[in-house]
Unconditional design. Sequence first.
Length: 322
Amino acid sequence: MTVSRHVRLPLQFAGLRLDQALAELFPDYSRTRLTTWLRAGAVRVDGALAAPRLRVRGGEQVSIEVPQEQAVPLAPEPIALDLRHIDDDLLVLVKPAGLVVHPGAGNPAGTLQNALLHFDPGLAALPRAGIVHRLDKDTTGLMVVARSQRAHTALTAMIAAREISRQYAAIVRGVLIAGGEVRAAIGRHPQDRQRQAVREGGAGKPALTHYRVRERFRAHTLLQCNLETGRTHQIRVHMAHLGHPLVGDPLYGGGLRLPRGASPALIAALRAFGRQALHAERLAFAHPFGGELLRFEAAPAADFLALLATLRADAAADVERA
């Protein structure tokens, strides 16, 4: 049994090979799997079979017949959702820390996907119950979810074409003097399958993060990060690559490090903050049907705000001592 996926290639994809374009549009599938489907004749471009290395012009209509794999059916679960927008085609919500987006190894239930199926049983007809992008388990903030097949197709293409603006707040270790950008390809870590890493030489996918300094403390910095691409763990990997990992990051933070002269309150706050200090604070995009510009903002979670308050108090006390 297969399910048909239809999408128009963004104009920005002009010059890419077809297999590269499909990898951008369908990040949930590996490049190997997509290439296998291409060679098996499951992919058509403007109605015709195409080779993986076909160079695309942008604007072509692509159809792909995705084999449906047998899986344990997901059960709807009455998990509360913080909804900020609802219409017939999409919804916008704020994900809390600790909520996994969809089931996987070690997380068979209790996920956002289970919650969405309880909120709207009709989402069972869509891939991943309408989820078109992800946040890590312990990252908080705004997400958009499709509620119709046409919205799922449109939002997937908009994300690939970088037409959905996503802005994050992050607390990192160390003091940055100025903002900038990190342009470094990201791929699976060669030794640790749980991690991503900066991978050059074709081993990773292009990734670009813009960042600016919002507030400096004695030994930490509050950053604003804007994504041009949406690779797995992108901000976490890029900030660690700069030498300024996110506070509390269990994968890329290198363990707890207490700044010299930290107050007892700051030491306690840093020890208690058991997740990466990352929050998706703004989301903006044109509604795929009608073009209305939608903008959303969400304040960080209480633990993030409490850590900021402690960092400010520690910085103020240092100024007074000087």
